[in-house]
Design a protein around this ligand. Structure first.
Ligand code: NOJ
Length: 763
């Protein structure tokens, strides 16, 4: 029974919804009228011009340099500009468009603002390790505030491609292997970028990418083919894109890859049937960089043919390839595309500009004063430090090596010790690399004179100079030491000899992951491993501070190094955040969003695999004629969801409110979690389910909920998850989204492996 006040509140809320709906209907009507009137005055060339996204006369994230940008703007041949780097240039370009083109249509300005604009946050895989949706949303909000002040209004983010292949360099840019976690992060990022009002001066339009299945490229090789069953697509790979769209993402970017024989950028089924018709997407679709032109190499025809194909399939804007600009008119004349196809695309691009408020004030996003106020301000830097600390994952801490005491001498050894440019991580095109503190600088800054820090680079990043060059592009240079390896190590050991504790800063450079940075060997480079072995031989405590953009194979390190802290690439404040965690001011709480394999040969390795008809018996790692390998067990080195803390958490017994879930009912799954150690800490309590018998095979575990707790020493808290029929649904063989009756297992625990299990039945 509801009280009077509750009823009044409900009524007000309902009225609010009605009012909002009425408002958005009115907004849509106004937008329709405005855009229709504008389009009635546009020539076909001007309409095609709106579909053209060009570079700003410099190659930034690819090799294309667009030509004649100025005259094209005046002729109305440009709809958007990509990666323009200063507010002055953005203002000048916008002035040309709104003062010197016939119809004065403003330009949309996009950039890859992926994990921060100037204040850099951890790489997306690192942010995902925080399992903290509020934090992730805030990082996107800050990125939008900073980028929009510099005149940008569109970001090519979030990247929501599920990836289960650590060889693929771009696993660093997404949220890892899991559908559920990836979907929640996709929503949080869209909310962060777009805020409540896309037309506000401090928001960016989001662009969810890469539609679709880019993370499933064969063999982890970038841009490679994807071939996948519909069943897997709908259940495992498509949900994060849909979540971003349901959260209101204004645009979608196509993927480079082929999908079951039709490249994504020409895939009508994907862009029209799924995206528009099944999901009701109303924004616009932009291709990835030259993805239309690449359809020629995919083997679909010449530039005119592939441009027509991609427009008709559902693309609205052509990123930097100018296939649309140069061929669509001819295709219209020859009947290969219709005026309606061009109108559809033009309308959706103009609508995006309308939603951004650009027709009202084309300069609303450029504000020098606001830029001075927000960019890299103290609040943003503090958030970057917090976010970095929360992204770190403690993989091992034998004998409580960590946290360290703030005393004595610490030796910081390794090629990642003193390279500020590598701290922001991959896809940080807007970062000020030269002014980003290195690990050494950040740690010194954080620790002052409480601890003496001595340091040495210890080794090259990679033994092979040509490989190192490929791995340190875009200003991420790490100087090489051409002396014999033994000489360099000897010098490093002399430095280490002065210290009480050795911190080995090893792993990947930032460009060893990211686009076009796939690896077949996903271990720490051998030359660094040899350094590590020598450091261990000193007998001093060694902490491995691991830099990486992907899961690495750390079997040897796990066996020999007492403490391993995975710091990914933490952004601007990496160094301070590492000091915070190593010295115990911050208790690590990150949990892996992707499985770390024992061996690269196990890849793709992910927790939510199918059971197969020949699973191993419990406790066995090899059985003849069972699904396994002769040389390595099926187990990961570190499972999905794994991460240690300086404190310990004890889980009480898992309880279910009922073992029979009714279709319209609710099942409460509860557990008490207690902090049984000496430090305050955070724990991510994870809930998984398994459908034990169904019309199609189902994964052995699927994440369906998580809760992040903050507990003081001795404190305990009950966590309750509500499960409903909705959580048990999946796409069956007919692609109907259903929950089938029968028995389910529910698991709760600290990672995907270490869980308690209970059973229930869905009626
Ligand atoms: C290619 C990448 O795949 C995409 O993620 C990025 O947004 C564009 N280049 C633009 O830089």
């Amino acid at each position: 029974m509801k009280t009077h006040t509750q009823l009044v509140i409900l009524a007000c809320l309902a009225l609010g919804i009605v009012k909002n709906e009425a408002f958005s209907q009115q907004h849509n009507n106004d937008m329709d009228r405005f855009v229709s009137e504008l389009m009635s005055r546009m020539t076909i060339d001007e309409k095609i011009g709106q579909l053209n996204l060009v570079t700003a006369g410099e190659a930034v994230t690819g090799s294309v340099v667009s030509t004649d940008v100025e005259s094209k703007i005046k002729e109305g041949k440009i709809g958007g500009i990509f990666s323009m780097s200063t507010p002055q240039r953005i203002r000048a370009a916008q002035e040309l468009a709104v003062n010197h083109s016939r119809l004065k249509i403003p330009i949309i300005f996009g950039m890859d603002v992926i994990h921060g604009y100037k204040t850099m946050f951890p790489i997306p895989l690192g942010l995902a390790a925080s399992w903290d949706m509020e934090l992730i949303q805030e990082t996107a909000r800050i990125a939008a505030m900073e980028a929009s002040a510099d005149g940008l209004n569109w970001t090519f983010s979030p990247m929501v491609d599920i990836s289960r292949d650590a060889r693929w360099g771009r696993i660093s840019e997404g949220s890892g292997e899991d559908t559920y976690l990836g979907s929640r992060i996709a929503e949080a990022m869209v909310r962060g970028y777009q805020g409540d009002d896309l037309a506000a001066h401090n928001t960016l339009m989001a662009c969810v990418k890469h539609f679709a299945l880019y993370g499933a490229a064969e063999a982890g090789r970038d841009y490679n083919t994807t071939d996948m069953s519909l069943h897997r697509m709908y259940n495992e790979y498509l949900p994060p894109y849909k979540a971003a769209i349901d959260a209101g993402a204004g645009s979608v970017m196509t993927a480079f890859n082929d999908i079951n024989g039709v490249p994504a950028t020409a895939n009508k089924w994907l862009m029209t049937d799924v995206l528009r018709n099944q999901w009701g997407f109303t924004g616009f679709v932009v291709t990835d960089y030259t993805a239309v032109n690449e359809l020629i190499d995919h083997g679909l025809g010449d530039l005119q043919e592939v441009s027509a194909l991609s427009l008709k399939a559902g693309v609205e804007m052509d990123m930097v390839g100018e296939g649309f600009l140069t061929t669509l008119k001819k295709s219209l004349d020859e009947g290969k595309v219709s005026a309606a196809d061009i109108d559809r695309a033009c309308r959706l691009v103009l609508e995006a500009k309308y939603k951004l408020g650009l027709f009202e004030d084309p300069f609303r996003y450029i504000d020098d004063n606001r830029a001075k106020e927000v960019i890299l301000n103290a609040e943003h830097l503090a958030k970057a430090r917090t976010a970095a600390g929360k992204s770190f994952v403690l993989l091992k801490n034998e004998g409580h090596v960590l946290p360290l005491k703030k005393q004595g001498t610490v030796a910081l050894i390794g090629p990642l010790t003193n390279t500020g440019a590598n701290m922001p991580g991959t896809w940080s095109v807007s970062a000020d690399l030269e002014n980003t503190p290195s690990l050494l600088e950040g740690m010194c800054d954080a620790l002052g004179n409480q601890v003496k820090i001595v340091h040495h680079h210890g080794s090259n990043l990679l033994e092979d100079a040509a490989y190192q060059e490929r791995a340190t592009m875009f200003g991420r240079t790490i100087p090489r030491d051409e002396r014999p390896e033994q000489e360099v190590i000897a010098e490093a050991l002399a430095v280490a000899g002065q210290a009480d504790v050795i911190i080995a800063a090893l792993g990947e450079s930032s460009e060893m992951s990211g686009e076009s940075s796939s690896r077949t060997d996903i271990s720490i480079p051998a030359v660094q491993q040899r350094l590590l072995a020598k450091l261990l031989e000193t007998g001093k405590p060694v902490v491995l501070v691991l830099f990486t953009g992907r899961p690495l194979t750390l079997t040897w390190e796990n066996e020999h190094v007492p403490a391993i802290l995975n710091v990914w690439f933490g952004g601007t404040e990496t160094g301070k955040a590492v000091a915070d965690v190593l010295f115990g001011d911050v208790n690590p709480s990150g949990k892996l969003p992707a499985t770390f394999p024992q061996h690269v040969g196990q890849v793709p390795l992910y927790y939510s695999h199918k059971n197969t008809g020949r699973p191993l018996a419990d406790g066995q790692w090899f059985q003849k004629f069972r699904s396994n390998y002769l040389d390595v067990s099926n187990d990961p080195l570190y499972p999905f969801g794994y991460g240690l803390s300086y404190t310990t958490f004890a889980y009480g017994e898992l309880t279910l409110s009922t073992t029979e879930l009714q279709r319209d009912g609710k099942l409460q799954v509860s557990v008490d979690v207690a902090n049984t150690g000496d430090y305050a800490g955070e724990e991510v309590v994870q809930l998984y389910i398994r459908d034990l018998a169904g019309s199609v095979t189902r994964p052995v575990k699927e994440l369906k909920g998580f809760r992040k707790l903050h507990l003081a020493p001795g404190q305990s808290q009950q966590v309750t998850f509500d499960l409903t029929e909705e959580d048990l649904k999946f796409y069956n063989a007919e692609l109907e989204y259903v929950a089938e009756p029968g028995e389910f297992a529910v698991f709760v625990g600290t990672n995907a492996r270490d869980v308690q299990e209970k059973r229930f039945t869905l009626q």
